[in-house]
Design a binder for this molecule. Structure first.
Ligand code: HAM
Length: 418
């Protein structure tokens, strides 16, 4: 009863400092690329997620009936909420939209390293353009973030493909339409399940053994030229990927990107480019995942609008940053600590704190009688810049003693000059 819900986290101030540090980098990278922030409620209608393609996410809902008998759920991802928001203003929003958010998402999954039952997920999406430049712009946001936190292409890789690759392969085998998304979802589980189980599940979807072996031989291609010879020069998927790689070169981010035909993603709605960020050592779960989803609105009863985006969790990246020694030492870092030398001077200390705060300084006023020794320790622990001592003789002269905690320098400063 006194424990939090399994798979959820409490954020103590030191955790919160780290989380804010991470989010500040998320926000900076998005803002540097001209994205605007949005938000939505964590509670949504369940029907927003009732997709029938067999995705794990729809089986992991934290759903319940509310007191009015409505089927609701905590959101497992942000994309359907974003789609709902876009749809509600369709026609009224100047396109393209470039929006980002850092929602908490809930999934009833098996907890393991890098996976919890709640996580914060940085979402960056562009709506209203089919241009491949939008897809590459997203990759640029990612690389910008990685650079800023000190990660390099030796640490992680953006593995990328297009759903059109599989669509063409399946199309040549006469498989299209309804079975396409469920097939992608089975294939996405390839790194978790054995080849036999995958083959079994594909057979259940009605795929012939010939189709299954063609799929399997295509998916192991991790070289773009090899794919080009497999699909042929005429292939639309090849043309799209080639222009994507050319744009990535123009952005100067090619070093971070690798073609990998096995990337198909486990969500039904993707239609074009798909990608995942993986650690190079291959020890961690996916750091980020996304892609193009041009047909989501029609599945929600609206008119389609092209869209592309990614979701980036807060858990795996923290593991990687910790492993690489890239997490900063963060302290609360108040500007000033104000201490009254004696009980009689407590009122004076309060007025000093107020004067400093009015000048925009963050002030930690010591709230009960404390010794100097304790106060120095406290200042060190919290990383304050100055100690402001309200002492009897100085106060009589209208001054306070200020000690700079970095340099150790002390001086008496007039109240008016605070
Ligand atoms: P997703 O691949 O399900 O995609 O999740 C994206 C990222 O969220 C993952 O790569 C991982 O970093 C993080 N994540 C997901 N589940 C968990 C979990 N249980 N614990 C910790 N982290 C997790 C989506 O959700 C898409 N809606 C992303 C998207 C946005 N596509 C287009 N726009």
């Amino acid at each position: 009863m006194t424990q939090g819900v399994r798979g959820s986290r409490d954020f103590y101030p030191e955790d919160m400092r780290m989380r804010n540090w991470l989010f500040a980098h998320f926000i900076d990278a998005a803002r540097l690329h001209g994205f605007e922030e949005y938000d939505a409620p964590v509670l949504e209608s369940e029907e927003l997620y009732t997709r029938k393609a067999g995705e794990e996410i729809t089986q992991q809902l934290y759903n319940f009936e509310d007191k009015g008998g409505r089927a609701v759920t905590l959101r497992p991802e942000m994309t359907p909420s974003l789609a709902r928001m876009v749809m509600a203003r369709a026609g009224g929003l100047p396109m393209p939209i470039k929006w980002f958010s850092i929602p908490q998402c809930w999934r009833y999954e098996r907890t393991q390293r890098g996976r919890g039952r709640e996580h914060y997920q940085w979402n960056v999406d562009i709506w209203g353009t089919e241009s491949i430049e939008a897809d590459v712009e997203l990759l640029s946001v990612l690389v910008n973030f990685f650079d800023a936190v000190g990660l390099t292409p030796d640490d992680l890789v953006i593995k990328l493909s297009s759903r059109k690759v599989l669509e063409e392969v399946l199309g040549s085998l006469g498989i299209s339409g309804e079975n396409f998304a469920p097939t992608c979802i089975v294939i996405d589980k390839m790194d978790k399940l054995s080849a036999d189980v995958i083959a079994e599940q594909l057979t259940e979807l009605g795929l012939s053994s010939e189709a299954i072996s063609t799929i399997q031989s295509t998916l192991i291609i991790s070289n773009f030229d090899e794919l080009r010879s497999a699909l042929g020069e005429e292939s639309a998927a090849i043309a799209e990927l080639a222009s994507l790689f050319a744009a990535a070169a123009d952005y100067g981010i090619s070093d971070w990107i690798e073609f990998d035909a096995s990337i198909v993603r486990g969500l039904a709605y993707y239609t074009g480019m798909v990608f995942e960020v993986r650690d190079c050592a291959g020890e961690l779960r996916a750091i980020c995942g996304g892609g193009r989803y041009d047909k989501l609105l029609s599945t929600l009863g609206g008119k389609d609008l092209p869209a592309t985006g990614f979701g980036f969790g807060d858990m795996v990246i923290m593991e990687l940053l910790a492993e690489k020694g890239l997490l900063p030492e963060l302290v609360s870092g108040n500007d000033d600590i104000v201490l009254a030398h004696s009980t009689e001077l407590r009122g004076a200390a309060m007025s000093v704190a107020s004067a400093l705060r009015a000048n925009g300084r963050s002030v930690d006023l010591i709230l009960e009688p404390k010794k100097m020794k304790w106060t120095f320790k406290h200042a060190e622990r919290t990383g304050a810049e100055r100690l402001v001592l309200v002492m009897p003789n100085e106060w009589e002269e209208g001054k306070v003693r200020i000690k700079n905690l970095d340099s150790g320098e002390e001086s008496d400063v007039a109240i008016g000059d605070l």
